[in-house]
Design a protein around this ligand. Sequence first.
Ligand code: SAH
Length: 685
Amino acid sequence: MKTFCGRANPTTGAMEWLEEAEDYDYHQEIARSRYADMLHDKDRNVKYYQGIRAAVSRVKGRGEKAIVLDIGTGTGLLSMMAASAGADFCYAVEVFRPMANAAVKIVEKNGFSDKIKVINKHSTEVTVGPDGDMECRANILVTELFDTELIGEGALPTYEHAHKYLVQEGCEAVPHRATVYVQLVESKRMWAWNKLFPVHVEAEDGEKIIVPPSEMENCPGVPSVCDIQLNQVPSSDFTALSDVVTMFSVDFSKPVQSASTCYRVQLEPVRPGKAQIVLSWWDIDMDPSGTINCTMAPYWVNPTAALQWRDHWMQCVYFLPREEPLVQGQKVHLTACRDEYSVWYTLQKASQEEDEAAVGVQSPVCRCHAHLLWNRARFGELNDQQRTRQYIQALRTVLNTDSVCLCISDGSLLPVLAHCLGAKQVQYFILVSRLLHLSLLFKANHLEDKIRVIEARPELMKPSHFEGKKISVLVGEPFFSTSLLPWHNLYFWYARTAVTSHLTSNVTVLPQSASLHMMIVEFQDLWRIRSPCGICEGFDVQTMDDMIKDSLNFRESKEAEPHPLWEYPCKSLSDPREVLTFDFRATVPEHCLSSEGSVNLVRKGKSHGAVLWMEYHLAADISISTGLMQISNEKGNCDWNRHCKQAVYFFSSVIESETLAAPAAVTYAINFDTKTGEIAMDFKL
Ligand code: SAH
């Protein structure tokens, strides 16, 4: 059996469907899954165990047999907890075949085969009765089906079904209840992830302002959740406008309704400001009395509480459809609407109360096209004024009034900047497969006839696309929405190569070159997602560790993966090293580019892996880093570009250098295959 998997091809900038062996899919799934992170989440595991013990003893205390239904058993962990706590029988349901197989092995290895039945089905397919999957309905319902947004993995429809068909009335549920909390804030940093700010351009003939179209200002955006590690956001990045309040809660021990609904709370602003963002997180009470509580609350909510690091549950940032000025003392209403899988927010002034009916339950739809074109990080990047200034400065050095300029980048503002700076003719090309989402912006700035969008692939461009003219200035950020790893934006180089015949002999290319940089790091926490667990709360889950290792070896272990490192603190153990350069003034060479060498470890610590990123050299002395911004102190703490993901290559075994008596070094071999656009790498101590 073969399956088809989508992969971005950095040499064409396009998504391609590759035929892969059937097991590819689930190796990917396992290798990139968050099972390891969950097993390392001590706080979660301890509290589930306490909650399960309490539920079993309540049922036993009533003189009943304890029959457990564990939906989404994964490794079987929660069922094994229940069996150990004295449950009479557990039905462990798991839809994902490789995990169900793993659960069978793990349950057997831990000696619970007679108490736990693993059912490889989606819970809605499970049957009850003498010939069914379950002999009878359960009286304890245990699940862990939550994502950062609580309901995004389908917890509500699963609970709704389970209460109708799989559990007894009045059953015990672990967790017993989930509560969603919100706090209204003003945050320029986060608002910049959702709206385009006006761009100020100092041109020779005075300052020009690129304005976002009104459609963009009033656009409700897209309902996809923005989940981040709020604990990495400094308090200077936002101003709280309200206290933390409860938005809604769900009692899992009673029938659950998944149908769309709205919840409303009244808020009293604690200070005046612009309401822009709703920060949100949840907690779960493992028992009815709420004494066993597992919370995702960020650091400022309980300043003295110890924080559990976890990546499988974070916090949510919701953007209000438009910013709303708040006056202290004037109450407002915050409405949360949800469907089965997602939540969105709107704010009403008390005076708008009569509009209540207008607050529909329809999920937001982007009307300005920008939210379909730019993701949150891309919005942030385009709003980064320092970065824009660098591009303006560089463009100024290369443009003149005779320039015929071609821009190759997705959803880029460079053509607009180039036009403001006086380029007579700006050709702007986007890939055929991507729609013309910027037309509203061009229109708002009266540029619709000044910038031409060529919807043709670079290799298919003809002289007629350029009215027979040759391109004198070729620009790019470079940025392409199909890029996953930093070097995938080298597609700019391939596109540049493909349009060579349309360029003047002395064409200026901006950026003129790029370089790949590498540094060895110790992660504060991110290492957990790759670290074996062994024993979890007394249960041997090594089978899971082996399975992850297997899947990693299947392909991933020799590949780097993208992570936004501003959310995942690390310290540098080596100096940063430039390992490869790419000269955009020339075409892509036939031969591979490779680099070998070694970097000295200059600090003590655990070498968890190497981080790689690109730097773009726009013009002499103007470079932009998509990775390291600076090493901020002598401990080696790093500041990363907050708009980009960096590539992380985890070492298969952690190299620990506690003493630096003998200078330790890591050797590397990095190879850029110009045929595939991929980078292969290998590291050794
Ligand atoms: N219970 C484990 C694993 C939780 S991850 C633990 O706490 O460590 C959630 C698991 O639930 C995933 O393996 C997913 O495949 C499975 N799952 C989600 N919804 C399901 C459903 N409705 N029926 C069966 N399995 C489900």
